[in-house]
Design a binder for this molecule. Structure first.
Ligand code: HEM
Ligand SMILES: *[C@@H]1O[C@H](CO)[C@@H](O)[C@H](O)[C@H]1NC(C)=O
Ligand SMILES: *[C@@H]1O[C@H](CO)[C@@H](O)[C@H](O)[C@H]1NC(C)=O
Ligand SMILES: *[C@@H]1O[C@H](CO)[C@@H](O)[C@H](O)[C@H]1NC(C)=O
Ligand SMILES: *[C@@H]1O[C@H](CO)[C@@H](O)[C@H](O)[C@H]1NC(C)=O
Ligand SMILES: *[C@@H]1O[C@H](CO)[C@@H](O)[C@H](O)[C@H]1NC(C)=O
Length: 333
């Protein structure tokens, strides 16, 4: 009896050891599809190179899509799932309704499916497309380890709860990033993504009108915003406090170029969101901003690449978790 028990324990240890081993192996790695779909990364890169130059503003939304995907249930393409009769998906949450790259990603997915059906995850496609799009507009390049699996849950409320808002102050930003394993350096560096793209007026109108909430004085604006810049935005961009359709460039003058002007504007108190301005309210993030601006540009590129790889690993599903979705907009039945 004794002997049999110890035998059993021994067998169990071996089995558990295997399981532990398999789990440890199930990590992202470079070239995950080298054997199973060797052309995948080239197909993706070629599509991006061909189409982004005709629609350069899409690069920004693709980068933002990767961020929003990773912050909700990890980088698992839950952001691409359509709502159904019984489920309100992330796509329909307030932070995500301004994303514009879903068709682009779906087209890439069909090309990759033609080459190797059911092999390449939508989550990896998001990560690769974001990297390649930033590259095409002259931004940094980073290696994307692959092997992410797609999630089967997409919940609108979770997107609302997990994605940091433009009204966030420093402590909320810090907590939000920390909850995803990202530190203050990542916060300062990744905010630099706002060197490209646009924002709708309702993302920052509060700073231009009735900021204190005390009255209807149009000059009651966010004191952390350059008053001349605020006046300019009211005059030329967001003419009423309830405008939610007009847009403004986040880095005016070079909103299609991946450069360090975002940080230059930020230090001039011309960051568009309270969350941008908040980086100056903490000595650690403020000194990162100053350092990044001191340059050279390659430093920002290098740091951005490092933080993007880190962001791309948030709570990823690997191995046999999740699935490889056939159509990025619907979970496999
Ligand atoms: C630090 C917290 C962040 C907050 C509060 C924030 C908030 C926002 C908001 C409100 C917009 C404008 C959306 C609109 O009105 O259309 C925006 C745009 C954008 N964000 Fe962020 N963001 C943050 C971090 C990031 C990160 C980490 C990335 C990517 C690495 C990123 C990339 C972008 C890009 C590229 C755009 C422009 C999108 C476009 O042109 O359509 N943001 N962000
Ligand atoms: C998902 O929703 C979008 C926008 O409503 C629609 O264009 C697309 O066809 C849908 N995809 C699927 C597979 O239902
Ligand atoms: C979605 O997430 C919220 C917040 O975590 C939760 O309360 C709700 O039950 C979830 N909805 C579904 C359908 O799972
Ligand atoms: C940041 O915002 C939160 C929520 O609005 C608030 O509770 C907190 O006091 C604020 N922190 C600072 C330092 O202003
Ligand atoms: C200003 O904001 C406060 C608080 O949100 C609100 O009660 C008031 O009606 C607003 N005034 C105007 C003119 O929008
Ligand atoms: C914009 O405002 C209009 C009118 O106030 C409202 O019907 C619409 O839902 C708003 N759109 C967004 C995206 O908030």
């Amino acid at each position: 009896m004794r002997r049999r028990l110890s035998y059993l324990i021994c067998v169990m240890c071996v089995v558990l050891g295997f399981v532990a081993c398999a789990e440890a192996e199930a990590e992202l790695k470079l070239g995950f599809y080298d054997k199973t779909c060797p052309k995948a990364e080239t197909i993706i890169a070629d599509y991006v190179k061909k189409h982004i130059p005709n629609a350069p503003t899409v690069a920004a939304t693709l980068l933002r899509t990767h961020f929003h995907d990773c912050f909700v249930r990890g980088c698992d393409a839950s952001i691409l799932i359509n709502s159904t009769k019984n489920n309100e998906a992330e796509k329909d949450s307030a932070p995500d309704v301004t994303l514009r790259g879903y068709d682009f990603i779906d087209r890439v997915k069909s090309l990759v499916e033609e080459e190797c059906p059911g092999v390449v995850s939508c989550a990896d496609i998001i990560a690769l497309v974001a990297r390649d799009a930033v590259g095409v507009i002259g931004g940094p390049y980073w290696e994307v380890p692959t092997g992410r699996r797609d999630g089967r849950i997409s919940n609108k409320t979770e997107a609302l709860n997990e994605i940091p808002g433009p009204q966030f102050n420093f402590s909320r930003l810090k907590a939000s990033f920390a909850s995803k394993g990202l530190d203050l350096k990542d916060l300062a560096v990744l905010s630099g993504a706002h060197t490209i793209g646009i924002a709708h007026c309702n993302s920052f109108n509060k700073r231009l009108y009735n900021f204190s909430g005390k009255g209807d004085n149009v000059l009651d604006e966010d004191p952390s915003l350059d008053p001349f810049y605020a006046a300019n935005l009211r005059k030329n961009k967001c003419k009423t406090p309830t405008d939610n359709t007009s847009i403004a460039e986040m880095d005016p003058g070079s909103f299609l170029t991946f450069d360090i002007d975002y940080y230059r504007n930020l230090l001039k108190r011309r960051g568009l969101f309270q969350s941008d301005a908040a980086l100056l309210t903490n000595s650690v993030t403020k000194s990162y901003v100053v350092e990044l601006l001191d340059g050279p540009l390659e430093t920002f590129f290098k740091e951005f690449a490092v933080s993007m790889v880190k962001m791309g690993k948030i709570q990823v599903k690997t191995g046999t978790e999740g699935e490889i979705r056939k159509n990025c907009a619907v979970i496999n039945s």
